[in-house]
Every structure is written in structure tokens, then in C-alpha cells.
Ligand binder design. Structure first.
Ligand code: BDR
Ligand code: CA
Length: 345
């Protein structure tokens, strides 16, 4: 399978990205790093460890603690969407304090956020030794990744691609035009966008089309129900396995956040899971290559992903500063396949 590194800020939908990265065929998850974002860097680190144990990950997969704040801005968390510890309402995960392995990792981690950068570098070097490349996936603010590309420019040739959830084409979720991951650390995002590595952006335009409806939620709990259910007002059946029950509590909490904050009535999007779905099944996504930059100084538009849809700037076919630097995901085909991936767990 493809070697994949996941940098994340769990976070409900990050947790689903972790789950898919562990179990989806065709992916070999080689490591995880965590970053400030949905909650503080201590919590995101702890949450990633809790998810790995609960989701049955191979114990050789380590979590590397990342930085606590953006490059220039003050850290900004999102308790309104994810609860105070980042995984509000999620049941069935081990508590960090009670779980000896997690406690041990927490004690060893100290507070040094540079472990993430070093972890990514080591994973890239391991890939190089095996004459392979590595795909780096980002589902949170891009601070760790920006530091990695700045400190280790020589390793970039061994990155297959950067796949990130973030941004929006003409729309935002944490301002009129800015999406949360980019808004949290816009300078970091611009640094990453400028490197000469192939990039794929999975913006909210696409993630908002992949909704966990009540009927998908119901079929997660009871696969038999999937064929017979209609999509509205379903009484949710009893879950069959502990992991499905955990996922169900996650979806329920996220659904109520999305309903109260954004008015999503049908269910929540699982933004971050789509990055892993892309790595496993790029054929499900329609993407177009564009120049993408970040608005760093706007009065109303800071953190906007500025997408040059008609190549006004006459950018070339390179991935760096002068080029059409990013494949922008526009459409997810075969929703049923994407759902099937989630339900296969
Ligand atoms: C992104 O922000 C966070 O709330 C989610 O985890 C996702 O990565 C969506 O805008
Ligand atoms: Ca996230």
C-alpha cells in the first residue's frame, strides 16, 4: 500500500480520518503527528493516541506531538464544534489517565512540538531507503507541515504528494470566505502552497457534499437496515459492535454541532475523512489544477484561499511559486463508494 503520514488535530472528523487510514485497503499508515487546532496541542495529541488504541491500530504506529501555536497568529480552538477536549460526546475511547500505554506516551512526549517535524523527516528517510515515496496528509492547521518543508527542503523530492483538507472556493466556514484550517494558520498554508511538491486541496465545497445522513448513520449501526431504510426520521437501531457504537456517538455529537452552528439538518460532513478517501480512491474525485494562494492581509478576507480559476495569472505547470500549484477537488463521484468505505469498517 501507499505510505501515508497523517498530520491532524482530532477533532471528530480527524478521528474518522485516523480510522480510515488504519483500515482502508491500499494505505499503509506509517505515522501520525498532531497539531494545535480544534483543541489545544496537548488534547489533540492525547486524542490521537486514544483513537489509535480504540481503533485497533498496529502498535508500531506512533503519534508525534506537534506545535502548540500557529507561526504568527495566536492559537484559536473550536469548542463550539468539537467540544472542549476536541472529542466531545464520543463514548468508548480509553481515557488517557486510565490507559497505561497512553499515559506512558504522554509522559515521554514532554511538550516539545518539534517531534512532529522530526517524525515526518524520519518517515521520509525510511521511505527513501526503500526507494519509495510518502504521501503526507494534513487535516488541521498546516503549522507542522510548514515547519517540516522549511527545515528539510532536501527531503521534498521524496514526497509523493501533499493532500490537505482546507479552504473553500468562494466560501468559508469560519468567516465569510475563510475555512477553519487555513484561517488558523494562513502563513503556514502559504508556505506549503509554495513548495514544488504536487498538492491536492479538498475544500469545503466538496466536503459539504459528503454528508452522513440519518440513513447512513443508521446503516452504520445496522448494515441489514441499509437496504430498507428511508432517509428521514429513522429511529436509530442498537449498534452491533463497540466500534460502531463509538462512531455513532461521534456522528451524533458532530451532527448536533453542525445543526446548531451551521443549520445542517441532514447530518454533518466528515471533512477530514475525504483526504484519506482521496489517497485510497483518487478515481472518486474530479479535480482541476489551479493557482491557489492565501489572503494574508485582507480586512474581511484573511485566510481565504484565492483560487485563480481562469489562470488570469498565466501560471505554468510547475507546483511551486510560479505555477498552478494545486489540484483542487471539485466533485466527489460515486458517493455510494465513499459511504461503502466508511461502512466497511
Ligand atoms: C476542518 O476544521 C475542523 O473543524 C475539522 O476537523 C476540519 O479539519 C473543517 O473546516
Ligand atoms: Ca481537522
Amino acid at each position: 500500500g501507499k505510505r501515508v503520514w497523517l498530520d491532524c488535530d482530532p477533532g471528530h472528523d480527524d478521528a474518522t480520518a485516523i480510522l480510515l487510514a488504519i483500515h482502508i485497503p491500499g494505505i499503509r499508515l506509517v505515522g501520525i503527528s498532531t497539531v494545535h487546532g480544534n483543541t489545544d496541542a496537548g488534547n489533540t495529541f492525547k486524542n490521537a493516541l486514544r483513537c489509535l488504541y480504540a481503533f485497533g491500530a498496529d502498535p508500531s504506529i506512533l503519534v508525534h506531538r506537534g506545535v502548540s501555536s500557529p507561526l504568527l497568529k495566536a492559537a484559536k480552538h473550536d469548542p463550539e464544534i468539537h467540544g472542549f477536549d476536541g472529542l466531545g460526546g464520543v463514548e468508548g475511547l480509553p481515557s488517557a489517565d486510565d490507559h497505561p500505554v497512553i499515559r506512558n506516551q504522554l509522559e515521554k512526549s514532554e511538550s516539545s512540538g518539534l517531534r512532529a517535524v522530526e517524525g515526518i523527516a524520519k518517515a521520509v528517510k525510511d521511505a527513501m531507503r526503500n526507494v519509495e515515496k510518502i504521501t503526507v496528509v494534513s487535516t488541521g492547521p498546516m503549522t507542522n507541515i510548514a515547519l517540516f518543508v522549511s527545515v528539510y527542503p532536501d527531503l521534498l523530492d521524496s514526497i509523493e504528494e501533499f493532500v490537505f483538507m482546507g479552504g473553500g472556493v468562494g466560501q468559508g466556514n469560519r468567516s465569510s470566505v475563510a475555512e477553519y484550517n487555513i484561517l488558523c494558520d494562513p502563513e503556514a498554508a502559504q508556505i506549503v502552497l509554495n513548495v514544488t511538491v504536487k498538492k491536492i486541496m479538498v475544500p469545503i465545497n466538496v466536503t459539504h457534499t459528503a454528508i452522513v445522513t440519518r440513513s447512513i448513520h443508521a446503516s452504520l449501526l445496522d448494515p441489514q437496515q441499509a437496504q430498507t431504510s428511508s432517509s428521514s426520521n429513522l429511529p436509530l437501531p442498537q449498534p452491533k459492535t463497540p466500534l460502531r457504537r463509538t462512531l455513532s456517538t461521534l456522528i451524533s455529537f458532530f451532527a448536533s454541532s453542525y445543526e446548531s452552528t451551521f443549520g445542517f439538518k441532514d447530518g454533518p460532513p466528515l471533512h477530514d475523512a475525504l483526504t484519506i478517501a482521496y489517497v485510497a480512491r483518487p478515481d472518486l474525485f474530479k479535480c482541476t489544477r489551479h493557482r491557489v494562494d492565501i489572503e494574508l492581509t485582507g480586512t474581511h478576507t484573511s485566510g481565504e484561499t484565492v483560487v485563480d480559476l481562469f489562470n488570469y495569472r498565466r501560471c505554468d505547470e510547475t507546483w511551486g511559486r510560479a505555477g498552478k500549484n494545486c489540484l483542487v477537488a471539485e466533485q466527489l463521484d460515486g458517493h455510494d463508494d465513499a459511504t461503502a468505505i466508511l461502512l466497511a469498517i
